[in-house]
Design a protein around this ligand. Structure first.
Ligand SMILES: [Zn+2]
Ligand SMILES: [Zn+2]
Length: 410
């Protein structure tokens, strides 16, 4: 797994700074101003080049995908982590992927003053995701459902230039795959004017003007003053409903964030707790009132490796935690939210595949199941800090600290 470093400048004071790939919240160490980074469309980065000075660079686009891929077969759910790049233009003359380049190089944002010719992508992000799904499809068993869960794709441009033949500008070496028709093929490609911009939104509470809390790759900002929770989206900021389960003993507690999603499910009955008991064939006798007790999907609101992710999402969904909640975020130690609710919502069908019983029903039921989120709440659940794990005794759920530390690169 890889994570690249991006070099940029503070929009307020111009000080040089380095970001991790997933960082969206930036607090400049010099001027202390906090801002949230966004861009219309995809984030676009360039690799550095070693081309001779004054060379006209040709920037070739690659889609970068990083996420989880789940293959549901009659045998169960296969999980894998995907970290790949694909050509955003089908062009035989340049390498088919970035290989290991993006992790060993420092990237910069592609901006209007970058210079050179930016080739226009011809392959859509959706087509790239399709390519990954095909590449990592399991062939052994009948595929009932496949789901890619990952962030919005970014574009990474690799430098090339043409001087009697095609050169790789990163290595400053001729490209082996190029031939005498390369120039003609290059001339046929259209370019994009590099008029992309980055937007920096100040991290100020829209309700009370206070400086919001949040750092690095967190997608959620909390106001320490009015206790409201915010989610920046492109250039705006939206309020998010949040809640937490209060604890008496606050020492050594860390709150982990989860999305609780109310969804419309079609293809099977899954509206109430009674429906869940029947669908998952839980060893419980249905009690009066369970038919009207609403059912919710649960998902971690943070990244963990795919194997653990679906187990946790299904496990909490089966447990249906009930609170009591306080409808504000907790004070104290909060684990950052770095998995958006849009991605969490994509796990709902996987959770059904995970707990549906008996398994023989999967093949006939799963393809027809559809889930559509109606509303959601960000719920913080308390975990006590063990020597190696974070533990919630009520849910019998534990996360190894080591695994969480590694997960920031996912
Ligand atoms: Zn600054
Ligand atoms: Zn506030």
């Amino acid at each position: 797994m890889t994570a690249f470093v991006v070099e940029h400048q503070c929009p307020q004071c111009g000080a040089p700074a380095q970001l991790q790939e997933a960082d969206r919240l930036i607090r400049c160490p010099f001027c202390r101003v906090g801002s949230y980074l966004s861009t219309p469309g995809s984030f676009r980065y360039i690799l550095p080049d070693k081309a001779p000075e004054d060379t006209d660079l040709i920037w070739f686009p690659y889609w970068r995908l990083k996420g989880m891929l789940f293959n549901c077969t009659t045998d169960g759910i296969e999980k894998r982590f995907v970290d790949v790049s694909y050509q955003a233009i089908a062009f035989p003359d340049v390498p088919i992927s970035l290989g290991l380049r993006s992790q060993t190089q420092k990237l910069r944002f592609a901006l209007p003053d970058t210079g050179g010719t930016f080739l226009k992508p011809q392959i859509s992000p959706e087509q790239s995701i399709k390519q990954a799904m095909t590449q990592f499809q399991s062939t052994a068993k009948e595929l009932l459902h496949q789901q890619y869960i990952g962030e919005t794709l970014s574009l990474i441009y690799a430098p090339f230039y043409y001087k009697k033949r095609l050169y790789d500008g990163l290595l400053n070496e001729p490209v082996a795959a190029a031939d005498c028709d390369t120039e003609i093929r290059l001339d046929n490609l259209s370019s994009d004017p590099p008029d992309w911009r980055l937007e920096f939104t100040a991290t100020i509470c829209p309700a009370c003007g206070w400086d919001l809390d949040g750092s690095g790759d967190s997608l959620i900002l909390t106001c320490p003053n009015c206790q409201k929770v915010w989610q920046p989206e492109k250039t705006t900021i939206k309020q998010v409903r949040a809640a937490h389960q209060p604890v008496e003993q606050k020492n050594d507690i860390i709150y982990l964030p989860f999305w609780r999603i109310n969804a419309l499910v079609s293809g099977v009955a899954l509206e109430s707790y009674a429906d869940l008991v029947r669908l998952a064939n839980l060893p419980r006798t249905i009690q009066p009132g369970w038919d009207t007790k609403p059912f919710y999907f649960w998902s971690p609101a943070f990244k963990i490796r795919p194997q653990k992710f679906i187990n946790v999402a299904s496990g909490i969904t089966l447990a249906q935690p009930e609170g009591p909640w306080k409808s504000i975020p907790p004070k104290g130690n909060l684990y950052p939210v770095n998995l958006p609710v849009t991605e969490a919502a994509q796990t709902m069908k996987l959770a059904v595949a995970f707990f549906l019983k008996p398994k023989q029903k999967l093949a006939s039921l799963l393809p027809g199941i559809q889930t559509k989120p109606r509303s959601f709440v960000l719920v913080y659940l308390p975990f006590r800090k063990g020597p190696h794990e974070l533990i919630n005794d009520q849910l019998k759920l534990a996360f190894s600290k080591n695994m969480l530390a590694m997960a920031h690169n996912l």
